[in-house]
Design a protein around this ligand. Structure first.
Ligand code: NAI
Ligand code: MG
Length: 350
């Protein structure tokens, strides 16, 4: 029997709906595989937990997570109970940093049956490799002379180590895909960090003779996501650029409710974390209409990462069959409930 230990954090809002529902699907896949069992350690860490305990997770929370093979998270955030920066930094960012999840991966793919806002969405299929530990999201800087003469300084931090490992990760990924890496830059406007980024991109690229490369300024690249997304394969981007591009990526797929993401630990010391791009969606909580596809596709990424690529492929195919059958929640133009979508995905797996 292969036993896989998964930390499960449903979190807030619709996280508490889509996470339990998708565990059913994971169990179906494990049964199909045979000899495989997922053991879930479910944690109630959330905004409500914070109200009761004054912290987002217990003192030994990180230790508990680190003893498992992967972290499967729904969404965190309930701004009416706890300010977003408290819940975000107390849980999500804490896990990303302490588990050294230095790469954020977000696939963007045309899903049949899901209406894209693009007029002519050719079969696009690309993935964004986002630097997840530094860059523009640094705590270096400050504010002085509060008031009329105030100055705010925010420093971006680009180390050779992090820049190189992110770019290298993108090239390795391109080897298994269509063999092209696009670098998101802005070296015409940002005159120190971005020329450095370009230089490292060029240096690493020289080690991969078979991979096609291109470097695009972030503004032009954003436009390409709309005008010719089918031309893209792997995009490598800094923390900020990757963040913004992937929301645009989710938008061209048709809904933020279907977009998946993974925070990858690449040194094998700690587990990676899998979470959809969407948040806790307070506006639809309790209605039973949350789209589970973002969470399901996230589960597919987790299966791939754990070495069960065959199951991951089966899951994605079952999702595509379900949307093609018109079994969809309202955010992507259907009228099915979350449970109906889950039921159909399970039927399509079996
Ligand atoms: P959101 O992603 O929760 O919702 C944005 C819009 O998309 C809403 O209209 C919502 O109904 C819809 N939506 C999102 N997921 C959906 C799904 N699966 N099915 C159908 N519709 C869906 O973003 P928002 O409203 O800005 O944030 C709400 C809370 O979530 C905040 O506290 C925020 O900080 C948090 N958040 C947490 C994230 C995380 O845990 N990684 C990511 C984004 C936001
Ligand atoms: Mg974002």
């Amino acid at each position: 029997m292969e036993n896989v230990k998964i930390s499960v954090i449903p979190g807030d809002g619709i996280g508490k709906e889509v996470v339990p529902a998708t565990l059913e699907v994971l169990d179906t896949l494990a049964e199909l595989h045979g000899g495989l069992k997922f053991h879930y350690e479910v944690h109630p860490w959330s905004s409500e937990y914070y109200l009761e305990n004054g912290e987002m997770m217990p003192k030994d929370g990180m230790k508990q997570l680190k003893e498992t093979d992967a972290i499967y998270l729904g969404a965190v955030g309930n701004p009416t109970l706890v300010p977003d920066h408290v819940s975000l930094w107390g849980l999500l960012i804490k896990i990303r940093r302490e588990c050294e999840q230095v790469i954020n991966l977000r696939p963007v793919k045309y899903i049949p049956g899901v209406q894209s806002p693009l007029a002519n969405p050719r079969n696009f299929d690309f993935i964004v490799v986002r630097e997840n530990s530094e860059g523009e999201y640094s705590e270096v800087g400050g504010r002085i002379h509060r008031g009329e003469d105030e100055i705010a300084v925010q420093n971006a931090v680009f180390t050779r180590k992090a820049t190189e490992r992110t770019i290298r990760y993108a090239f390795e990924l391109a080897k298994e895909r269509k063999g092209k890496v696009t670098s998101a830059t802005k070296s015409n406007g940002i005159v120190h960090s971005m020329p450095f980024w370009d230089q490292v991109f060029k240096e690493v690229g020289q080690e991969y003779a078979d991979i096609q490369t291109e470097s695009n300024h972030i503004d032009a690249l954003s436009a390409f996501l709309v005008s010719k997304p089918h031309s893209l394969d792997v995009i490598v981007a800094s923390n900020l650029f990757g963040d913004i591009l992937t929301d645009l990526g989710a938008a061209i797929m048709g809904s933020i409710g279907i977009a998946p993401a993974a925070n990858i630990n690449i040194n094998g010391k700690y587990p990676s974390m899998f979470e959809p791009v969407h948040g806790s969606a307070p506006d639809i909580v309790g209605l039973g209409v949350a789209n589970p596809i973002g969470q399901l596709w996230t589960a597919k990424m987790m299966l791939d990462h754990l070495g069960y690529q065959e199951l991951g492929t089966t899951l994605l195919n079952a999702i595509k069959t379900t949307t093609s059958q018109g079994i969809k929640t309202s955010d992507i133009g259907g009228s099915s409930s979350m449970q109906e979508v889950i039921g159909a995905v399970i039927a399509n797996i079996e």
